[in-house]
Design a protein around this ligand. Structure first.
Ligand code: GLU
Ligand code: MG
Length: 472
């Protein structure tokens, strides 16, 4: 779920002091990439998927299933082949937010030949098998499941860990910090989102009302010091930690376009499909053991990483902050990217005027929609910073750019080529909920990549005016 840096994470107070430094150098790094590579041509289609998984432990005698906090112990073994034979590895493994999660991708990108579309399911099967080979077949299992239904219920992890509502990273009534991946990035993100926001994240999922559901549905929570369950609403399932969202799993597809214009075009066209694919893949009907009146993870993650202050949310007048911001940094995108899409765009886009002007002035041809896109992403603060990574070489590094770019978790992501790599301009499609079987996941991945070929070959225009685009 973003850039992994090794080192010593700074506190929120310290990170905040460097926010302008990160933004300004991030934009310099973007400009360097853009000026160097905006005319790059003739890249061929390459694509790949990312599947996120949870590791589950069964107690057959007691008929219980728990999340096994073992992802990080498995990871080094799963990564051995990639370390020993880089370029030849068939699979690639990355850590994810929770210590019960793993993320697997094909080891090498797939291409545009028809046979590559037939290879993806086999590769997903291989990934599952690689993990299963490291698990005890009696009582451990890898699942590609969007939201494990008992996240946040008492004793939902193995080993059993206890939440710490008045201390630690989440301060959650339900989600123990030990369920967060031990890499410092993840707990730092959790703590800094909460501290930036000024209070715990608050997620209220409408409860599904069956004949026996009490009405109003009001839960009794333990009385603790601090915020406790002050933000809980009646008739809702109350959740209070980043882990309820980022501890969910999804399926993402990334593909390389032949040049920057094709990438922008596909970014726009696929945006229109994001709510449709999201609804088609909907796979999250249960949160904290309760049946919900929604069936997708999206609004849960969106609220689970919502770092906006009360001023930014418009709850109190703007005084110390810079913008009123309509959405969480995990949400649907806010603008189309190609010049041809300008007539369909939203006129109320919030963006950083100074950054916008700088991109236009120094971008050697960067046009308004592109400059606005990045000036919009850059209304956000960096959420993590490592003391070893404050002063970088803007010609060679793109970490400051990626810092803000990769913590804008939106339905689509436009990805400039990384500094010093052979990779071209790419687009990532991010709304899909992960499915239980490799067949279904392969079907979604293949469908989305094939639809890009259809859009290009038939020169389709799927755009609708931005404000009419259904928000996920
Ligand atoms: N797990 C997150 C989700 O379900 C995505 C994190 C990522 O961007 O890799 O959307
Ligand atoms: Mg991920």
């Amino acid at each position: 779920m973003g850039l992994l840096t090794e080192g010593s994470p700074l506190s929120w107070e310290e990170t905040k002091k460097y926010a302008n430094h990160i933004r300004s150098h991030g934009i310099t790094q973007l400009l360097n990439i853009f000026k160097r590579l905006q005319h790059r041509e003739n890249d061929c289609l390459k694509w790949g998927d990312e599947v996120e998984y949870v590791v589950v432990k069964f107690d057959h005698a007691k008929k219980k299933a728990k999340l096994l906090l073992k992802g990080q112990d498995l990871l080094p073994k799963l990564q051995e082949e990639e370390h020993n034979n880089p370029g030849k590895n068939e699979t690639s493994w990355k850590p994810e937010y929770a210590s019960y999660m793993l993320e697997g991708t094909p080891g090498q990108p797939l291409g545009g030949c028809m046979r590559h579309f037939n290879m993806i399911e086999a590769n997903m099967k291989l990934r599952r098998q690689e993990v299963m080979n490291l698990l005890n077949p009696e009582d451990e299992c890898l699942l590609s499941m969007t939201c494990f239904p008992r996240i946040g219920c008492p004793q939902f992890t193995f080993p059993c860990e206890v939440p710490t509502p008045t201390s630690g990273a989440s301060n959650s009534l339900f989600f123990p910090d030990q369920a967060i991946n031990r890499h410092p990035r993840f707990s730092t993100l959790t703590r800094n989102i909460r501290e930036r926001r000024g209070r715990k994240v608050a997620i209220n999922v409408p409860i599904f009302k069956d004949v026996r559901t009490p009405s109003p549905f009001i839960e009794k929570f333990p009385i603790v010091e601090g915020e406790g369950a002050a933000a809980a609403l009646p008739d809702h399932i109350y959740l209070d930690a980043m882990g309820f969202g980022m501890g969910c799993c999804c399926l993402q597809m990334t593909f390389q376009a032949c040049n920057i214009d094709e990438a922008r075009h596909l970014y726009d066209q696929l945006t229109v499909l994001t709510p449709i694919i999201h609804a088609l893949s909907a796979a999250a009907p249960i949160f904290r053991g309760y049946l919900a009146d929604v069936d997708c993870r999206w609004n849960v993650i969106s609220a689970a990483v919502d770092d906006r202050t009360e001023e930014e949310q418009g709850l109190v007048p703007l005084k110390n902050d810079r913008f009123r911001i309509r959405k969480s940094r995990y949400d649907s995108i806010d603008s189309y990217l190609s010049v041809a899409a300008t007539p369909y765009s939203d006129i109320d886009l919030v963006y950083d005027e100074e950054i916008f002007q700088r991109l236009l002035n120094e971008g050697e041809g960067m046009d308004e929609p592109m400059a606005k896109h990045f000036a919009h992403l850059y209304i956000r603060d960096p959420l993590t910073l490592f003391s070893e990574k404050i002063h970088l070489n803007d010609e060679k590094d793109s970490d400051h750019f990626e810092n803000i770019q990769s913590t804008n978790w939106q339905t689509m992501r436009f990805k400039p080529p990384p500094a010093n790599s052979p990779i071209g301009w790419r687009v990532e499609f991010r709304p899909t909920e992960v499915q239980l079987t490799d067949f279904e996941n392969a079907a979604f991945a293949t469908f989305v990549v094939l639809i890009t070929r259809v859009i290009i070959s038939f020169n389709l225009n799927l755009l609708i005016p931005f404000p009419r685009l259904t928000r996920i």
